[in-house]
Design a protein around this ligand. Structure first.
Ligand SMILES: Nc1ncnc2[nH]cnc12
Length: 176
């Protein structure tokens, strides 16, 4: 199988290059279950986080453990944007986004319970890979709708096009 070598802090990995749509392949980066990479990436990104950030916001599920490490290292709390609306949510705020890895529309939902933790706050969005920017745009809309301000975006990798607004540890090619 074709692979793509990456370095995250002092850790290296060979990412498998997999097809996600006809004519489109990605170097698949999945931190789930990879303690070493999650810890290395979290420490590196926490060190790059602007001081004035109040709260981290992350989409479930692949970036969740990364947000935990950045939170622990920086002392900033984090909020998780869910992919499904739960019956226990109070006045949820939702946006749809098309995911590059699934090709299907996906829901992003902020529990109304978390709105007060974002309103009037400076937010850093935490993600594993920023590719098309669709997830990022939807999260930005949700944050702004509830009165927060996205002042920083941190991700382990950007992918495809250059994204100077994203603080990342590396860049992945998009194979088309
Ligand atoms: N290369 C990649 N690995 C994992 N998730 C992704 N989402 C978009 N691109 C990705």
């Amino acid at each position: 199988m074709k692979t793509h070598k990456v370095e995250v802090g002092n850790v290296t990995r060979e990412l498998p290059v997999v097809s996600v749509a006809p004519g489109v392949s990605v170097a698949l980066f999945n931190m789930l279950g990879d303690t070493e990479v999650t810890e290395a990436a979290g420490r590196e990104l926490a060190a790059r986080l602007p001081q004035d950030v109040d709260v981290l916001v992350t989409p479930e599920v692949k970036a969740l453990s990364l947000a935990h490490v950045i939170s622990r290292e920086s002392g900033k709390p984090y909020i998780v944007i869910r992919k499904t609306q739960k019956p226990y949510m109070v006045d949820p705020v939702a946006r749809e986004v098309v995911s590059i890895t699934t090709g299907r529309p996906q829901l992003l939902v902020l529990d109304g319970f978390d709105v007060d933790k974002i309103r009037g706050k400076k937010v850093a969005v935490v993600d594993d890979v920023v590719s098309s920017g669709g997830t990022l745009n939807s999260i930005r809309q949700i944050v702004e709708e509830v009165g927060g301000e996205v002042v920083s975006v941190v991700a382990v990798f950007t992918e495809g096009q250059e994204r100077p607004e994203v603080t990342a540890l590396g860049h992945l090619p998009l194979y088309t």
